[in-house]
Design a protein around this ligand. Structure first.
Ligand code: UDH
Length: 292
């Protein structure tokens, strides 16, 4: 009834609205106003606009994408708080239509970031079928410093690695290829590469394996220039239950396209504990079935 009428109206409106990209107010030099300069009033106003579950969509224009932001997470409350208060204003300023998902690992003890992102992809596509046409896999401690880092997807054959120039590394491009920190791609591409490998328990390796997956499937990884994409990384020590994966180099050198097609979103094994719409994000709590 009312919902149908509203949908019909908004379908009609879509035809005449301008693209959101053309309606973005350009900030001076592209530098995004850092959090500490946003007044509390302004921040509260922005956060009040967010719909429960961490969702927001611009009025008066057609968004290019509907973006799902997937954050693998455990025990980083301060980082999460900072991320949410920074990213909601950032994304709204860019007029992105988005929803933020926090995928939290309840068990086992050793962290598995890649398996969490796979589970996050499966759950979000199950709960919101066909809703998102762009996925951004994002570390909770990474904040884009620059308004020119446009949070969207390129096309079905190239991913974008945003976090190339990171404060912790003096903004130098990494010596090896990786997709860590923040990377975007379409769901079609993520399905084609079968997501991430579930085999990387502990810290390291899963991003390089992911590059090999993309390349083996003829997907290129675009990067952006320092002046367009730089990231502030919130300081932290290595988490106690995320020890360096000492097998990562061997696992990467053993990479094969055939094995990658058997190990990923199609076989990630977990128990869904909770899904809850929090004020500023959708919380998905899972227990991974351990393979080690
Ligand atoms: N993460 C958590 N909880 C954990 C581990 C990781 O939420 O216990 C998530 C979080 O989103 C984080 C991401 O996984 O941003 C990546 O993990 P990381 O921050 O440990 O990895 P990164 O390579 O950091 O960014 C390496 C820095 C190691 C600190 C060395 C101190 N000199």
């Amino acid at each position: 009834a009312i919902a149908d009428i509203f949908q019909e109206q908004s379908k009609g409106d879509l035809k005449i609205l301008p693209d959101c990209e053309g309606t973005i107010r350009k900030a001076g030099k592209g530098i995004f106003l850092p959090l500490r300069q946003l007044s509390n009033d302004k921040l509260n106003r922005v956060l009040q606009n967010v719909h429960p579950g961490g969702h927001w969509t611009p009025n008066g224009c057609n968004p290019k994408h509907h973006v799902a932001i997937i954050i693998p997470y455990r025990d980083r409350v301060d980082h999460l708080r900072q991320f949410l208060s920074y990213m909601h204003p950032f994304l709204q300023h860019q007029r992105v239509s988005y929803r933020i998902f926090v995928i939290e690992q309840q068990s086992p003890r050793i962290f598995n970031k890649a398996a969490l992102m796979n589970a996050g992809f499966n759950e979000t596509t199950r709960i919101f079928p066909k809703m998102f046409d762009c996925y951004i896999f994002h570390d909770v401690d990474m904040l884009p410093e620059n308004d020119r880092t446009v949070y969207g997807c390129r096309n079905d054959s190239s991913a974008i690695h945003f976090a190339q120039h990171v404060s912790k590394y003096n903004y130098k491009r990494p010596a090896w290829r990786l997709t860590g920190g923040a990377v975007s791609l379409t769901p079609k591409m993520f399905r084609k590469v079968n997501g991430y490998s579930n085999a990387f328990w502990g810290w390291g390796g899963e991003d390089t394996d992911f590059i090999l997956r993309l390349e083996a499937n003829n997907i290129t990884v675009n990067t952006c220039k320092m002046e367009d994409c730089s990231y502030f990384m919130q300081r932290h020590k290595r988490d106690k239950d995320n020890p360096t994966n000492v097998h990562q180099l061997k696992m990467i050198s053993d990479f094969s396209l055939e094995v990658s097609q058997l190990d990923g979103i199609r076989n990630v094994s977990y128990f869904l504990e909770t899904v809850e719409s929090k004020q500023l994000y959708t919380w998905i709590l899972i227990s991974l079935n351990s393979t080690i």
